[in-house]
Design a protein around this ligand. Sequence first.
Ligand code: SF4
Length: 370
Amino acid sequence: METFKEIADNIDWKSTSNSIYSKTEVDVEKALNTAKPNLEDFKALISPAAEPYLEEMAQKSNALTLERFGNTIQMYAPLYLSNECQNICTYCGFSLDVKIERKTLTDEEILAEVKVLKSYGYDHVLIVTGEANKTVGVDYIKNAIQLMTPHFSHISIEVQPLEQNEYEELIAEGLNTVLVYQETYNRDNYKKHHPKGKKSNYDYRIETHDRLGKAGIHKMGVGVLIGLEDWRTDSFFAASHLSYLEKKYWKSNYAISFPRLRPCAGGVELKSVMTDKQLVQLICAYRIFNQEIELSMSTRESDTFRNNIIKLGITSISADSKTDPGGYANPNTNLEQFEIHDKRTTSQFIQTIKDQGYEPVFKGWDGALQ
Ligand code: SF4
């Protein structure tokens, strides 16, 4: 079976885009009424032609999610360990060329963060670092996982792409989930937004999920940074990537996130601006396309949007997040990656979830079951 890099190289961006934009109401209705939607149906669901069907899509997404996940929402918290980074990414507050104070947490500082998150009730932590191999390489991440395994039953990472043997080493220490977003699947635009550093290697990044699948990871996350490219075309590539991975690495589980670009110190002009309605459309399209997948939402989005999205297909959500290393125990907004939109506390957000008839779940998966 060919790799996804080879598959993606053979999907023409422009004709894919044209195909999405030329979908009709007939295509959308077919996609909504078929038992097993395929990638052509996904195109119809994310197309402009599907916009008048948003209510119907939302109802279907809600029903499919309830059937598969019940009325539960998994809670997680990001834990930023370092803002050091050797890459230039045009959209990120941690980019090498952004003049901010750099900080990497010591063991004591990591444990201080853990203590705060435990006091909030979290049992699933997402470790986040910049990409700086000398300071936050595999050994640093491994040590962080060792510090956290006594405290959390689910450990995820969002760090630089690694080699298969490095993933295997971290899985043996208790790593459960790895999130690696391609940012954009448009090769030319990718180059423009990642001009320097290891991340400028598009091929190495797009092959990461194959290395993860071979390493036997429990769950992996796929996605794009919404705003860098036309969101519909980029999302189609992400959905194709997901379909490929599910077939090839069927023992792993999958998650999709929907990061929309937010203001940051090194701000970038967006190629496409996605409205709230379009984000709802995309979330529902993914759920209708794939009933099994985890759909995740961060605090980048506003209070109102997050309140409304709970019933529409999202199954995993963060709250009370800090994007500066050390931000839970010793907040310093000068160190943060991007500005958080929803600033409610964990307990306030939990109440919001409950008010909507849903149950926040802090412990949904135990790494010991792996
Ligand atoms: S997106 Fe990641 S790799 Fe790029 S500058 Fe930010 S932290 Fe570094």
